[in-house]
Design a protein around this ligand. Structure first.
Ligand code: DGJ
Length: 753
């Protein structure tokens, strides 16, 4: 049973298949966090706590006279408060009506609900009644009429526990929330490291691994979006944990706005981790009776390394975050005209690309930026979502119909949150721009942002985009957002509530997305924040895939996609094959390598196909058929990182069918050496007792007809699962710069004797 409650001792134990989480309301009614980790029993872990008198760590009044070891500053707590004796980082900072900043939370009760709770207006993991349970624990501040409900969703088969928080002002006097995190997690002991993913535009998701040291360390965003700079996903693991060994925790914040994930190792080597909305741009007034829900955090634990944490997170995102028709439906192989033409196109040119693409087996044509308003470059036109018929040479409907008539689907680019100073929308509604009256708001990519916290702006966008999409045969929308937000201010909020702007903006965005995706269930939406500027589990609740980065260079994409793989499944990663020399780096890589990289994602093309040779076109046809052959395996299989792009010579990853029948190993040489050391792959996810055949992907086959490859294996050889796991095989050598190989391994009935 997923939730075990010992009413007598007020112990709450949550079990998943392989993990256990425990809390206890103690004699002071403080809700202690007693355990999270490898599966164990329901026994009271608080009995094993060690408490000592820590000088200068004070004691709550009611107990301080008799017990100086009981301190909020050293107790392991489930949800910590600022101002009342806990000097560490805390999850809740409240300003009371008298100006004091203090809160104390005491346990008042609990309830168990069937199924998984939902959060009004916010994305959250969803599940059938049989797949999940909810525990709600109630806390209250005895002095202020504030009630805090801690929500726990338990998806036991997934090894996932979710957390969310609901805060209600049950009194009559205002309470101002200055910081309200979604999760607090305390560990009594342990030497931890955390993995975080930092970056910048065109170079997102860089892997970083650091020890949790004394003091506070943090990642976050104050940019209005989750940002290119830090991703709202981290892994905390015991020192030395690797892909297959060690205790590891994954935390994914289901939110697309400003966030803070902070860790502190305290005076007695205890570790606290807090995750929630970034407090710098946040304050929220709760009048009497008001409630605020805080966004969800997905947690998972694995006792067997980082790889399992990633696979748990992949599964929950794929199956319990992504929604709608496109969640499981096969996504089309697309071609996008951005890197082929940028703003410089005509309707005729687009039709020519679509026609040629169709011949190669591409299924969807996407018209990117530049088709609307006055938009010859990025300095104008945003907000005017009316086609530029002069440029297109026809109406948008005619263009879309003409493309569809070629037997290829039609998709369109939008940036609904953006607005240019030089646009009719701005001339009509200057007050719709995010900015502080009397100051000129900062430009970024020459543009501003619409105030999505306003209902009238949301309504306008819903109406305009609905009208646009409703009038054309369109099956795909790329929803871009090309700047971060500053000058935060909304003209419709009182001065005392401006701290609510950033969160209200995100709520507004979610409302618009909810309504549009509901209205157009057949349209596949792809998110984009100038690449990976808004790549988070929150957005994936509305939009099942996100353009990974404005870098299309296959070798740069190795590290971007490697970083992303820790927290996100392949099925959400937007990836394209582009031209060489690459537009961002000037690097030349083989078409097969670009194809191999793009196949670790949603797969598409972004280049001028009229410039390709016949051989290249033939290779593209081959790539598409390979991708389609392995589609289900790639999109729904279990992902294993075998070697990293940050070391050695060759990045290897593997996607295995969960039942161990087949696996696809991809290898890209990111560093080509003379006389190289062999790259050995110990294959995972197979059945020891079964026999398998190894095949070189079609793209490479004819170069080595029937030959034993340098160091490698011959296509079709039969090897046992146990040998492949324990001894592995060697990736063929690189025969040219940045060579890629794909090796398909399938169970066979042959004996390996
Ligand atoms: C940024 C995106 O990431 C690109 O792919 C492209 O759509 C441009 N915006 C268009 O302005």
């Amino acid at each position: 049973m997923a939730i075990k409650i010992d009413d007598q001792h007020r112990i709450f134990t949550l079990h998943t298949q392989n993990s256990t989480y425990q809390m206890k309301a103690d004699a002071q009614n403080v809700l202690l966090h007693t355990y999270y980790g490898e599966k164990t029993d329901d026994s009271d872990k608080a009995l094993l706590f060690y408490q000592a008198d820590r000088g200068f760590s004070g004691n709550p009044y009611e107990i301080g006279k008799r017990d100086r070891t009981y301190s909020m500053d050293s107790l392991l707590q489930e949800y910590s408060c600022f101002g009342t004796g806990d000097y560490r980082i805390t999850s809740l900072r409240v300003q009371n009506n008298d100006g004091s900043q203090a809160a104390e939370l005491r346990y008042t009760g609990y309830r168990v609900q069937k199924g998984k709770y939902a959060i009004p207006g916010l994305p959250a993991v969803y599940a059938n009644e049989g797949e999940a349970k909810t525990l709600v624990i109630r806390l209250a501040d005895p002095y202020s009429c504030m009630e805090v409900e801690l929500y726990y969703g338990i998806l036991d088969e997934m090894d996932v526990i979710t957390r969310a928080v609901k805060i209600t002002n049950q009194g009559t006097k205002d309470i101002i929330l200055k910081k309200a995190a979604s999760m607090n997690l305390d560990w009594e002991y342990g030497d931890f490291e955390w993995l975080s993913f930092y970056g910048r535009h065109s170079m997102e998701m860089n892997f970083q691994r650091e020890g949790i040291h004394h003091g506070i360390q943090a990642i976050g965003s104050v940019r209005g979006t989750s940002s290119h700079q830090y991703n709202p996903f981290i892994i905390l693991c015991e020192k030395g944990a690797d892909e297959i060994m060690g205790s590891c925790y994954g935390f994914s914040f289901v939110y697309s706005g400003e966030f803070l994930i902070e860790a502190e190792r305290d005076q007695i080597d205890r570790t606290r981790l807090i995750c929630g909305i970034h407090p710098d741009n946040f304050s929220w007034t709760l009048h009497g009776g008001d409630t605020l829900w805080l966004p969800e955090v997905i947690m998972t634990h694995s006792g067997s390394g980082l790889g399992k944490v990633s696979r748990n997170i992949h599964k929950v995102i794929r199956e319990h975050i992504c929604r709608g028709e496109w969640k499981d439906k096969q996504r089309p192989v697309l071609i996008n005209n951005w890197e082929a033409t940028y703003f410089n196109f005509t309707g005729e040119k687009l039709i020519a690309i679509a026609k040629e693409a169709k011949k190669l087996g591409i299924e969807l044509f996407v018209m990117d930026d530049g088709w609307f308003g006055k938009r010859e470059d990025d300095s104008s036109g945003l907000g005017d979502w009316f086609p530029n018929e002069k440029k297109l040479g026809c109406t948008l409907k005619e263009l879309a119909e003409c493309i569809v008539a070629e037997g290829i689907q039609f998709g369109i680019w939008l940036e609904p949150e953006g607005i240019s100073e030089d646009s009719d929308l701005y001339r009509r509604h200057p007050d719709w721009v995010v900015g502080i009256p009397g100051r000129k708001p900062c430009l970024s990519r020459g543009q501003w942002i619409l105030d999505f916290s306003r209902k009238d702006v949301q309504d306008y966008i819903i109406e305009r985009i609905s009208e646009l999409l409703g009038g054309i045969p369109v099956t795909y929308v790329k929803w871009d957002c090309n700047r971060a937000i500053c000058d935060k201010f909304s003209r419709v909020l009182d001065s005392g509530r401006q701290g609510e702007f950033s969160h209200r903006y995100v709520l507004g965005l979610y409302r618009v997305l909810e309504e549009l995706t509901e209205k157009f269930p057949g349209i596949l939406f792809e998110g984009c924040g100038g690449g990976g500027g808004r790549f988070d589990a929150g957005l994936l609740y509305y939009i099942p895939q996100i353009w990974g980065s404005d870098t299309t260079d296959a070798i740069e994409r190795l590290s971007i996609q490697y970083g992303a793989s820790f927290g996100y499944p392949v099925s959400v990663m937007g990836t394209h094959v582009s031209t060489v020399p690459n537009h961002q780096t000037g690097r030349v890589t083989p078409l097969s390598t670009r194809g191999c990289m793009a196949m670790a994602g949603t797969f598409g093309y972004e280049l001028d196909i009229s410039k390709l040779t016949q051989e290249e076109k033939a290779e593209i046809r081959e790539q598409i058929s390979t991708f389609k052959k392995h589609y289900t395996l790639i999109q729904h299989g279990d992902y294993y990182r075998i070697s990293s792009p940050l070391e050695g010579t060759c990045t290897v990853w593997e996607i295995a069918d969960p039942s161990g029948v087949e696996t696809l190993v991809s290898a890209v040489y990111h560093h080509v050496q003379a006389n190289p050391v062999p790259v050995r792959v110990k294959v995972q996810g197979l059945k020891d007792e079964a026999n398998y055949q190894l095949f070189l992907n079609e793209n490479f086959k004819e170069k080595y007809p029937g030959k034993r490859l340098p160091y490698g294996f011959a296509s079709g050889e039969v090897i046992s699962g146990a040998s492949l796991r324990q001894f592995g095989f060697v990736v063929p050598e690189a025969v040219n710069g940045f060579q890629a190989w794909q090796i398909y391994i399938k169970e066979c009935s042959h004996s390996c004797e």
